[in-house]
Write a protein that binds this ligand. Structure first.
Ligand SMILES: Cc1cc2nc3c(=O)[nH]c(=O)nc-3n(C[C@H](O)[C@H](O)[C@H](O)COP(=O)(O)OP(=O)(O)OC[C@H]3O[C@@H](n4cnc5c(N)ncnc54)[C@H](O)[C@@H]3O)c2cc1C
Length: 340
């Protein structure tokens, strides 16, 4: 590592906190992770789709080049460290809603830089380099690994219990830390040090459904998506986007809407098994928030992963870990100093 090992407290063990904890441990730091294990946290509900294409304009996603060549390898490395299986590569069948959309995708698919990703198939398009991180499996495996070493604390973090010591360290209930890193997802809105960062939360519904005899070898997408799971005939179906909503209460109308869409796309009977609702930690311009507090130098934030946490973490977590370990620069588009 070369740099002095630090004692680090991470608040939140969603995608941000869990990947960052593993990165910091790999760099030789002593990490403790605290999470209240709220069942409706964004990462515990997310489908975890990894998709290199933005449908609007049929473009490569932001930071494609930094993320996509290695995103699956990134999680496969964690699979071997944690001894669990949670990342799956599938093609995505993009079903075109009408002739205009089909024409747009065909036109973009013919551009040299897009040919590796888009392949016409009948009236529709196959998108390559797609897949799914089974986020819940990954989080559970990471938590088990942390628990083995007493590095996981199932508790609600209370900001009033954090004391700043003259030594420059921060004390939380009698234990002193060199760094406290907040990875709280939408919980950041209650964080007294970082609640100045503007969030534009987006509620979303996701269903677990049964669809008999639908092939489980690809993700199917129109506006909504249908994602295979490892269980026979069981799929994830989503998602809705409720702008500026922080409600985690399911509305049966959302489930009805998603099921009707899926029945139309597949021509098959879709049976609801589970309906979940969570809130994505979305930032208005879709640029995450990473960095250190302007005054309290041992407090940092890693948040704003929006609707793309699975892909973004593979790029941002190593970057954040290097920032904490050796003060390596953050990408300026995600560095919170852009708004301080
Ligand atoms: C319906 C839906 C579908 C989605 N689908 C996809 C998808 O297909 N692909 C994709 O890449 N992304 C998807 N996302 C987005 C993805 O889930 C997020 O980008 C990602 O989960 C954010 O992770 P996070 O770690 O920043 O936040 P979170 O997952 O919210 O994690 C924060 C954690 O901190 C804990 N916490 C907060 N405050 C405290 C406190 N004070 N004390 C203790 N613990 C605390 C919370 O309980 C939580 O466990 C989806 C999201 C939703 C809602």
């Amino acid at each position: 590592m070369g740099n002095k090992p630090k004692h680090i407290l991470i608040i939140g063990s969603g995608l941000a906190g869990s990947t960052l904890a593993l990165e910091l441990i790999q760099r030789g730091h002593f990490v403790q992770v605290m999470d209240n294990l709220a069942p409706n946290a964004s990462s515990r509900v997310a489908a975890g789709i990894i998709n290199p294409i933005v449908p609007k304009g049929v473009k490569k996603t932001w930071k494609y080049q930094e993320i996509f060549p290695s995103v699956f390898e990134y999680y496969r490395n964690f699979e071997s460290i944690l001894g669990a299986e949670f990342v799956f590569e599938y093609p995505m069948l993009q079903i075109h809603a009408n002739d205009n959309e089909r024409f747009e995708w065909r036109k973009r698919g013919a551009v040299t830089e897009m040919t590796e990703l888009l392949a016409p198939t009948g009236d529709n398009t196959i998108v390559n380099s797609c897949g799914r991180l089974d986020v819940l499996q990954f989080l559970n495996a990471a938590q088990i690994e942390l628990e083995k070493k007493n590095q996981f604390i199932n508790e609600q973090f209370l900001s009033t219990d954090l004391i700043f010591l003259e030594s420059g360290k921060a004390d939380y209930r009698g234990i002193s830390f060199d760094e406290v890193i907040f990875c709280e997802g939408i919980g950041i809105m209650q964080n007294p040090w970082f609640n100045y960062l503007f969030f534009d939360p987006t509620g979303g519904d996701i269903l677990t459904v049964q669809i008999p005899n639908l092939p489980q070898d690809k993700i199917i997408k129109q506006k909504q998506w249908i994602v295979p799971t490892k269980e026979k005939d069981i799929f994830l179906l989503g998602s809705t986007f409720h702008k500026q909503s922080i409600s985690e209460v399911q509305n049966p109308a959302d489930a009805k809407f998603l099921i009707e869409r899926a029945e139309l796309i597949t021509g098959k009977k879709v049976t609801l098994i589970k309906h979940q609702r969570a809130v994505r930690p979305t930032v208005q311009n879709r640029r995450p928030y990473l960095g250190r507090h302007h005054t309290f130098k041992n407090l940092s934030v890693y948040n704003g992963l929006g609707a793309k946490g699975s892909a973004l973490c593979s790029w941002l977590s190593p970057m954040m870990a290097d920032f904490i370990s050796k003060n390596a620069p953050l990408n300026e588009e995600v560095d919170i100093s852009r708004i301080q």
